[in-house]
Design a binder for this molecule. Structure first.
Ligand code: SF4
Length: 82
């Protein structure tokens, strides 16, 4: 599931992200963003637009994998033999 993360240190609180993605971002009483939940699949493009548009570069999207792959070692390339 994709989440929108706000860097509260660099955010300048102008609320552009809430304008672009009101389904996921509310503003608190001082105008700073409050993420209300994960980004639904249908809104991923808008979320990416909000990340790009943020003037403070304070937004990023995360997409954590559910669990590490059980065969992660097998996915690495095998060493070459001379
Ligand atoms: S667009 Fe960026 S700087 Fe503006 S309120 Fe949202 S996170 Fe903060």
């Amino acid at each position: 599931m994709t989440h929108l993360v706000v860097d509260t240190v660099t955010c300048d609180g102008h609320g552009l992200c809430a304008d672009i993605l009101p389904e996921v971002v509310d503003l608190d009483e001082w105008g700073y963003p409050v993420v209300t939940g994960p980004v639904p699949r249908r809104l991923r493009r808008a979320a990416a637009a909000a990340v790009t548009a943020c003037p403070a570069l304070a937004l990023r999207l995360t997409n954590p994998s559910p669990t590490p792959a059980r065969n992660a070692i097998a996915a690495e390339p095998a060493p070459r033999r001379p």
